[in-house]
Ligand binder design. Sequence first.
Ligand SMILES: Cc1cc2nc3c(=O)[nH]c(=O)nc-3n(C[C@H](O)[C@H](O)[C@H](O)COP(=O)(O)OP(=O)(O)OC[C@H]3O[C@@H](n4cnc5c(N)ncnc54)[C@H](O)[C@@H]3O)c2cc1C
Length: 392
Amino acid sequence: MASTVQFDAIILGAGGAGLMCAAVAGQRGRRVLLVDHAPEAGRKILISGGGRCNFTNLDVAPDRYLSANPHFARSALSRYTATDFIALVDRYKIAWHEKTLGQLFCDGSARQIVAMLLDECAAGGVTLRLGHAIRDITHSDGLFRIDDGAQAATAPALVIATGGPSIPKLGATGFAYDLARKFGLKVVEPRPALVPLTLPQDEALFHSLAGVATPVAARAGDAAFAEAALFTHRGLSGPAILQISSYWRHGEPIGIDFLPGQHGWLVAAKRARPRASLRSVLGGLLPDRLAEALADRIGLTGALDEKRDAVLVEVEQRLADWQFRPNGTEGFAKAEVTVGGISTDGLSSKTMEARKIPGLYVIGEAVDVTGWLGGYNFQWAWASGWAAGQAL
Ligand SMILES: Cc1cc2nc3c(=O)[nH]c(=O)nc-3n(C[C@H](O)[C@H](O)[C@H](O)COP(=O)(O)OP(=O)(O)OC[C@H]3O[C@@H](n4cnc5c(N)ncnc54)[C@H](O)[C@@H]3O)c2cc1C
């Protein structure tokens, strides 16, 4: 029979959110147990940002997060800000830089962020149990009890910080959702997000462009992102596409502006170089293979001065809103995050505590709050972890 150890709080999942929550609660004097089935803490932090961890963004704002309740993230994000996390990183003398669009990365390695969070947990006297799958969780008489076969633990507070199902090979699971349902919390349909989109075979021409990247403005519904897009063997990727994938719904088209910010460029080219062809003008504006493929598809041959302006304007418009109909995404295996998750309806936005089950908290990616690409998701992990850590 396994012995039972008592804690003030048990936190399930030693990712960004769980580590932050454990450190904050521990340093507030709580006896904290932090459990993870993976053999090391913070695995997604370690691989994030190409190994340099894009740990926050200077432009964090609630409208850069997707959720069935767009206001939910506001409170936590305003109480633990990017500036707060930067102050922590600076205290540990971890050098960082802004890469682009407010995205902050370590100069060195993402390992520094994990080491910092583990140090913060140690400073709070957190008990860390790695490599242990939880077999059973029960709740009675105001106490949560977990059992991993070797040891049982109880606490009046349980924090679900086991993330979403993206990248299962790193130990990601839908465990948070199973637990939520067990405790009667609703789950908003989880979908892969920040994920490459796949194109059907009749877009084969574009499959042949695998490896070509170009700055675009990508649109899905009301959302638009001006960043790079990349053609892949299976479809489309690159930051603009990853961003738009979070908003895209099956069956919808996405629109790509191949020449963002350029208006009247083809009519102007006709005046400047009347004998030029569409192919040669595009060749000066886009990667050559892409220019070739687009000119082929449009099928406008001959010199520009043989065409009416109205025809050229139509070509400009087509290239400003090229319609792709993705047939899917590359799925959770390739998704950086999950859109959807445990519904915010049943949670306090101030503390992350479940309204109907005192002592149960949900933080990080497990919650139906998903950030844009660019450090927004870690900032949510830190902020929601901090909010719960203050309340435990
Ligand atoms: C390749 C990649 C790159 C990324 N880069 C960035 C970036 O640069 N910037 C950014 O802001 N975001 C990035 N993200 C997103 C970011 O990693 C997540 O949003 C963030 O890690 C979520 O933190 P979390 O603590 O909620 O969940 P996680 O980090 O997923 O942590 C959950 C923990 O729970 C554990 N767990 C799961 N199931 C169980 C179980 N049944 N029992 C016990 N433990 C369990 C897991 O092992 C894991 O340690 C990236 C994601 C990926 C996949």
